[in-house]
Design a protein around this ligand. Structure first.
Ligand code: ZN
Length: 275
């Protein structure tokens, strides 16, 4: 993304906050030792009322990125879950075509429970390309659904599809925001890009934002349970990991339940007015 366009987005985004609460702070949580709570926004933040999650695979988009979308829909906002593939090669025992269908069905069911839209591009799992075709496909969906916040993969991942998705989304946001870039839908500037706390994308992941997900926690967990893999059937205990992570991140963010998010470096720039 060019510096000029990025600055335009940042002007719209305003200053970076430390923590976002969708209600009051966790009632039982005292201030953390030595930590100010002055950075906590105590009312619904508009940036988190229209959220699009974009991931390489359906599991990622719901397990690692779904809670912020559930927060948006819980408060009457809008949410969308975009998977670039069906994750059809993710089962050690079920044939890819059959598993892809079950992943699609689970994603549709989970999205309906949350009140969001399930979207798919159906590139081959493990072979998600990084090219203008897929970037423009994501650009068009951004322009169509017009999210304020996009949650996607952090680039520090061992998984090639996750790294590809990160790059695709950054360029898709660039394309979506350029009015002179004529597509079917008019331009849309995404004001807030954040990266998700994903067990597979942990290299260099340093969160700078804690989002209170307490009101939507049960809704999000129930939706994730639409996926058989949530219960550990593909070898990783997603349920235990992500439900526990919400507790741990809640402790650090001073909320009952929270997700930790990471902002692009340029989005963390603070602008302090003195006159
Ligand atoms: Zn994945």
């Amino acid at each position: 993304m060019s510096a000029t366009t990025r600055r335009t987005f940042l002007t719209l985004a305003g200053s970076s906050a430390v923590a976002f609460s969708t209600r009051t702070e966790f009632a039982g949580g005292d201030q953390l030792p030595g930590q100010s709570t002055s950075g906590i926004s105590a009312s619904p933040d508009r940036e988190f009322l229209n959220v699009m999650a974009v991931a390489a695979h359906p599991g990622d988009v719901f397990f690692a990125m779904g809670a912020p979308v559930a927060v948006a829909t819980h408060f009457g906002g809008q949410g969308a879950f975009l998977s670039l593939s069906l994750g059809e090669r993710g089962s050690p025992s079920i044939p890819a075509e059959q598993y892809g269908l079950s992943q699609r069905e689970a994603a549709a069911k989970a999205a309906a429970m949350i009140g969001g839209k399930a979207l798919f591009l159906q590139y081959p799992d493990g072979e998600i390309p990084v090219n203008d075709q897929i970037k423009l496909a994501v650009c068009d969906l951004i322009r169509q659904y017009r999210p304020s916040t996009i949650v996607t993969h952090w680039k520090g991942s061992w998984h090639k599809d996750h790294r590809a998705c990160h790059d695709i989304v950054e360029d898709a946001i660039f394309y979506a925001g350029l009015p002179s870039f004529v597509r079917k839908e008019r331009a849309h500037a995404v004001t807030n890009l954040v990266f998700a706390d994903n067990w597979e994308d942990a290299t260099g992941f340093v969160p700078d934002t804690y989002l209170d997900i307490t009101p939507a926690f049960d809704l999000w967990l129930n939706a994730c349970s639409a996926f058989p893999m949530w219960r550990g059937e593909t070898g990783f205990r997603y349920n235990d990991y992500y439900s526990s992570l919400a507790v741990a991140r809640g402790c650090l963010g001073n909320f009952h339940r929270a997700v930790a998010l990471m902002s692009p470096q340029e989005q963390r720039v603070r602008r302090i007015r003195t006159s």
